[in-house]
Design a binder for this molecule. Structure first.
Ligand SMILES: Cc1cc2nc3c(=O)[nH]c(=O)nc-3n(C[C@H](O)[C@H](O)[C@H](O)COP(=O)(O)OP(=O)(O)OC[C@H]3O[C@@H](n4cnc5c(N)ncnc54)[C@H](O)[C@@H]3O)c2cc1C
Length: 459
């Protein structure tokens, strides 16, 4: 006998749980299914644990710099990885428990543990139970990609998930992949005390960023003693006297990097291959992402896909925004669309990078007349008061409409400051609104008017 619900939600990542709550509050019955840990990637193996680890690493870094701030530390700063992990587990465990308890406490919400698979476009099987609904929401997220590198099956390697179990200090962590996930782990493990090497296939780190941003981030990491190897066209892995040899050239043999541990951080793969999507007739693209329209409905009416699995975002805030779009459109007859949102995210190295809007390359491609201003953090009083002067602020605006096109705030507080610009972009207001506003002294944001006073034609 099939059990019938108004809505079935597969996965408890960043969109599923708030969607369940909105639906039951609106009087619907909901079944929500989770096959592993409640809260998904962000809570268990992504944002929350990594930012908790970043905080421990920052504390160790600042203590090592004690003399600069006028205090002495007796002896070498040694990080106790068991305690660092315990703190991380406690903070991330609290969120994981919170998500489960919240869902189990919702009236008319049935929480089911198990792997869900479509049986048809209106039914899903979990643990031999058949569930039916006219509306089904897929929030299955993604996992670390494992590329078919030469030797990958001969060695053991870490991913962002297995890194969560590490309670020791790797002697030499070699990170394959110089993008967001890899760079955060690189800096934190260097600060914990490991030797760290980043091996990146492309000609620069975080290749989607502006060149000056990539360059500045590389300098920041290298200053801390992280080795960065770029243009590693043929990466291979092999056992070598109890270590792992990471080959970086297409020819066999040296140069290669010998590490005690290898972390693969080369992108994400959506969890869509074992969902029975064929039985429901739901289309995916070549990379396995579920194809959705601007309101996140799949090609099958009555089935929506939210979060990382739809390829329309790869962040917690994009997954949560997906929830808001779907819930408002279904429950409030709203007309919210994915294309209404402005790209924004942060790289949580220290200092962080806050990004919003278009990159330099995107502005160039758009062909519009633009102005740009760049200002070093070394001239920002809050930054030099804190002795955190690395990085710069860069803002681009449209020469005709005066609207902000994009910004990169690489510097202390950059992840927060960027929101000033983002909100003005949403308001479609001219940059002069920010330029004429009175801000609090001493903050990083108070320099935004100064930066904007230096606009000149975009090269
Ligand atoms: C190391 C790392 C750091 C990150 N840091 C940040 C950050 O600082 N800021 C940020 O915005 N983003 C960050 N992200 C990205 C962020 O974690 C994801 O974008 C976000 O978690 C996506 O959520 P989601 O709702 O799409 O799915 P997920 O959170 O991945 O959840 C999907 C859930 O579905 C379950 N599931 C899958 N298949 C099935 C099935 N067939 N049946 C039942 N259940 C199923 C899974 O077990 C999982 O619990 C980070 C990611 C990583 C890897």
């Amino acid at each position: 006998m099939a059990r019938h619900f108004d809505a079935i939600i597969i996965g408890t990542g960043q969109a599923g749980p708030p969607l369940a709550e909105r639906f039951v509050t609106a009087g619907m019955t909901v079944a929500i299914i989770e096959r592993h840990k409640f809260g998904g990637t962000c809570v268990n193996t992504g944002c929350i644990p990594t930012k908790t680890l970043v905080a421990s690493a920052y504390a160790a870094h600042i203590i090592r710099r004690g003399a600069e701030y006028g205090f002495n530390v007796n002896g070498e700063v040694r990080v106790d990885m068991k305690r660092v992990k315990a703190r991380k587990d406690e903070i991330s465990g609290r969120s994981n428990k919170g998500v489960e308890e919240k869902l189990r406490g919702l009236k008319n919400c049935t929480v089911i543990g198990g792997h869900a698979r479509f049986q048809s476009s209106r039914s899903v099987v979990v643990n031999d139970d058949v569930l039916e609904a006219d509306k089904i929401f897929i929030n299955v997220g993604g996992r670390a990609s494992i590329p078919p590198l030469k030797g990958i099956n001969d060695v053991s390697f870490l991913t962002n998930s297995s890194m969560m179990d590490v309670d020791f200090l790797p002697e030499h962590l070699v990170i394959v992949g110089g993008s967001y996930v890899g760079l955060e782990f690189a800096q934190m493990y260097r600060r914990f005390g490991s030797e760290v090497t980043i091996v990146e296939m492309g000609p620069r780190l975080i290749g989607r960023e502006d060149e000056d941003v990539s360059e500045a981030v590389r300098e920041i990491l290298e200053t801390e003693g992280i080795r960065v190897l770029l243009n590693a066209k043929c990466i291979s892995l092999a056992k070598h006297d109890g270590q792992i040899a990471v080959g970086v050239e297409c020819d066999d043999g040296p140069p290669e990097v010998l590490g005690s541990h290898v972390l693969l951080a080369v992108g994400r793969t959506p969890n869509t291959q074992d969902l029975g999507l064929d039985s429901a007739g739901v289309m995916t693209d070549k990379r396995g992402y579920i194809v959705v329209d601007d309101q996140l409905q799949t090609n099958v009416p009555g089935i929506w896909a939210l979060g990382d699995c739809n390829g329309r975002g790869a962040f917690t805030h994009t997954a949560y925004n997906d929830f808001e779009i779907v819930a408002d459109n279904l429950l409030n007859a709203d007309h919210r669309r994915v294309s209404d949102r402005i790209q924004t995210y942060a790289l949580f190295t220290d200092p962080p990078l806050g990004r919003c809007g278009l990159t330099d390359a995107e502005i160039r491609k758009s062909g519009r007349a633009a102005l740009v201003a760049k200002y070093p953090m070394s001239r920002v009083s809050r930054a030099y008061e804190k002795s955190e002067t690395q990085g710069f602020m860069k803002i681009s605006v449209d020469a005709e409409t005066k609207q902000i096109l994009g910004a990169a705030i690489l510097g202390t507080g950059g992840d927060e400051v960027v929101h000033v610009l983002l909100d003005v972009m949403y308001a479609k207001a001219p940059y002069t609104v920010v330029q004429r506003a009175m801000h609090i002294h001493p903050t990083v944001a108070e320099y935004l008017p100064t930066v904007l006073s230096k606009l000149e034609p975009f090269a």
